[in-house]
Design a binder for this molecule. Structure first.
Ligand SMILES: [Zn+2]
Length: 170
């Protein structure tokens, strides 16, 4: 299963692969002891669409608490270089929240806007994903962030209609 998101219906899509959805699912904070987790998102481009193929797992040097996640920047930079050599492009970050339907905190948004402005890259925006305790897609918050703001993306309803129309015809 994959899930597609767009900012506007029929526009460029962000597609999450089954492997990426499985990673979000594995780190959901389902018990009170579980700390926030997170990592980076790596993708390939297919025309106007961005296909996210890997969500990297948390590292032992990350600082993790019930309501906080601070990744180790040095390991992140190394990971970006390694993946780039394998044609996987860094497109953003993901982390978990201990709430069913996650909402970004002010720090989440400001941190991504700041990171976008400081980074050397040729992307139009970074992707920010927050995985809540509900399964996807209800429990996923997906946004694109540029140097000004974060825009929440919506499930690509047009695509789902097409899938239903196709299966209905067969
Ligand atoms: Zn957060």
């Amino acid at each position: 299963m994959t899930i597609r998101y767009t900012v506007s219906p029929g526009g460029p899509a962000l597609v999450f692969s089954a492997a990426v959805l499985a990673t979000f699912d594995r780190y959901r904070q389902l018990s009170l002891q579980e700390k926030e987790a997170g990592g980076q998102l790596f993708a390939q481009f297919d025309g106007a669409d961005t296909i996210i193929l890997e969500a990297s797992p948390p590292k032992w040097l990350d600082r993790r608490s019930r309501n906080g996640f601070v990744p180790n920047r040095w390991i992140q930079q190394r990971e970006i270089r390694e993946r780039y050599a394998r044609r996987l492009h860094f497109v953003g970050d993901w982390h978990t929240h201990p709430e069913p339907i996650p909402r970004p905190s002010r720090e989440d948004i400001d941190g991504m806007i700041d990171c976008f402005g400081r980074s050397l890259h040729d992307l139009h925006a970074f992707v920010m994903v927050i995985a809540g305790t509900m399964p996807a897609p209800e429990g996923l918050y997906v946004a694109v962030v540029d140097r000004r703001s974060a825009k929440q993306m919506r499930l690509d309803q047009a695509n789902q209609c097409r899938i239903m129309a196709t299966s209905g015809a067969s």
